[in-house]
Design a protein around this ligand. Sequence first.
Ligand SMILES: [Zn+2]
Length: 344
Amino acid sequence: MEVGYVYDPIYLKHDTGPHVENAGRLEASIAHLEQTGLKQQLTPIKPRAASIEELSLVHDKRYIAHIQSVAQEGGGWLEPDTVMSSRSYEAALYAAGGAITATEAVMNGEVGSAFALVRPPGHHATAQQAMGFCLFNNIAIAAKHAIAKYKLERVGIIDFDVHHGNGTQGTFYDNPQVLYISTHQYPFYPGTGWLDETGSGAATGTTINIPLPAGCGDAEYLQSFSQIIVPATKRFNPRLILVSAGYDAHGADGLASMQVSVTGFAQIVRIIKGLADELCDGHLVLSLEGGYNLSALAASIKATFDILRGSNEIEGPLGQSPYQFEAPDIAPLIKSIKEIHNLP
Ligand SMILES: [Zn+2]
């Protein structure tokens, strides 16, 4: 089955200057896909701008208008981490639209799976606030859109970015139709995502947080996936799996203190693909979140596409998980999460 990718030069027009989340991230990643010959093997999906109605599935209309007006005034800082340029609003419309178009391409059967290579990222953006380099919550908007358009009963969101996706969690905290599972470094930015945050009301149990201590590498992530994420996703039985794919848990990433390798990310993606194949006809859509070491990001994105295309070989051009320092024992943490969520 064909594997699609979303990309558009508009994503480079979100000009953040010397900020760590900059256009060079996508430029390096696209160049690597071209140099390795992989890009020609993928099906391009042209994104459209998300409509105001689509954005307002997640965001307040007043907030959307505010982002538009900041762009019209030439840009500026929205909060200490998040900056906009004059074309950032347009780029953000296409980032949300990119996640939507990727989802539509998968749900319509045009491609088997798809990866939206977009920026600005989205998972920290809340209904009313820009946060952590994010303007609109691309993955949350795509999930709400998919539920509405395709009458999906249940959607699973897996977020392996090293930061907790507070915006996504908040969007679906009381929504039993969406299972949100996150692995993230804890304690760490943005401060949310402790294991007792499990959803509210009828949605209790549909938020699953795996707050990992600093220093975790491939083994700890795979342990989290096999013991928590796989059984929880099977139990929830989604019709579509969306992924907040952030690669800032890589050992070489400067923002966090995890030790995942490119090989580790490939193994994670293989597990997620296996879940999608088993549970929901392969319906799998990834949307790019973080990842700030350019060579690690580019290699991890390529490895992700290799796995989506069914490759059994997992390349680790930057080497195995380096374990510069000793990995923590997460068995007690996993045990606690299993108890909280009644997992076998
Ligand atoms: Zn991140």
